[in-house]
Design a protein around this ligand. Structure first.
Ligand code: ADP
Ligand code: MG
Length: 310
């Protein structure tokens, strides 16, 4: 039976530079089109950590060394990353669809996501982005640009930005309309461009929304049956990487909550996925969330592998 599926793509679906990305999206397109070929409606979301970092860094360096090049604010870098990733993804999907004789247009929607200006994440920035600095450079940036700069695992100093929770997807009606018309939509890229609503205006903020939480929001909005989070591992594990590691198949929300309490899932990597999966499965009767690898997406949806949260 045909299902509506939101697919969240992780870092391994895209690679780290334009050359790698152009190659990676070709393989990424295959399992996605497998699902489309089977009659499912698919909406695609993706992360942008390395890409927005790269763009931000390039812009910073360019404006430092060339007076003609202006400083590009972070929300604009976020928007650029959505365009650049969407461009590659939509072309790879288009090519794979044509190969299989499926006539469906693909579009990327530049997506803004409203965040709460009182979100506690703004008091506690956690997401490292862009270049590494020396201690002296870091102090200057903190003073002159009010950046928050922290020491990053012995590798130098790095700017960190807040990672607020998504409240509402501004372009949700457009995404729904395109999906209903059987078009393939890439949306909420990099978790969306975080914006704060002020009267009639949307003001971009220097922050990165976690793509796992943003894709969960998207899945609720389009009333998806499935949220599939595709990452580097085939299944979620207990005691990950340890001798007594145990991979999980189908698990209940209740069980996962217990495992979270026991500390099985790493912050910033598996924990947000598991939390997003719970939120989606809890949002309405019958909704399921699957965490698996890109390569196993098709088998996962057939119930043959992956970790399913119900
Ligand atoms: P993505 O770019 O897809 O968001 P992340 O690196 O953020 O990928 O998260 C996926 C990673 O989480 C896996 O590659 C794995 O190394 C790590 N991980 C942490 N805890 C677990 C766990 N309990 N089970 C499986 N993977 C885990
Ligand atoms: Mg991640």
């Amino acid at each position: 039976m045909s299902k509506r599926i939101v697919i969240a793509l992780g870092g391994n679906a895209l690679g780290n530079n334009p050359e790698e990305q152009l190659l990676a999206v070709k393989s990424t397109a295959k399992p996605i089109v497998d699902l489309i070929e089977e009659g499912n409606e698919v909406i695609i979301c993706h992360g942008n950590g390395p890409q927005v970092g790269m763009i931000n860094l390039a812009m910073e360096e360019a404006s430092k060394s060339n007076a003609i090049i202006p400083e590009i604010p972070f929300p604009e870098c976020n928007a650029m990353s959505q365009g650049y990733i969407g461009y590659h993804l939509q072309n790879a999907l288009r090519e794979e669809l044509i190969k299989r004789d499926i006539k469906k247009p693909v579009a990327t929607v530049i997506t803004q996501v409203i965040v709460d200006k009182n979100d506690t994440a703004f008091q506690n920035p956690t997401k490292p982005i862009g270049a590494f600095y020396t201690k002296e450079e870091a102090e200057i940036l903190e003073k002159e640009k009010s950046y928050v700069v922290v020491e990053d695992a012995g590798r130098g100093y790095r700017r960190v930005v807040p990672s607020p929770l998504p409240i509402r997807i501004v372009e949700e009606d457009i995404i729904k309309t395109l999906t209903k018309a059987s078009h393939i939509v890439i949306a909420v890229g990099g978790g969306g461009i975080p914006v704060i609503e002020e009267e009639n205006s949307l003001i971009g903020v220097s922050a990165v929304i976690d793509k796992d939480f943003a894709s969960e929001k998207l899945a609720e909005v389009v009333e998806a049956d499935y949220l599939i989070i595709l990452t580097a591992v085939e299944k979620v594990a207990l005691n990950y990487g340890k001798e007594n590691e145990k991979f999980l198949d189908t698990i209940s929300i209740y069980e996962v909550k217990q495992y979270i309490k026991e500390g099985h899932f790493a912050r910033g990597s598996m924990l947000p996925k598991v939390e997003a999966a719970i939120k989606f499965a809890e949002s309405k009767e019958g909704r399921k969330a699957l965490i698996t690898s890109l390569e196993k997406a098709k088998e996962g949806i057939e119930g043959k592998t992956g970790t399913l949260i119900v």
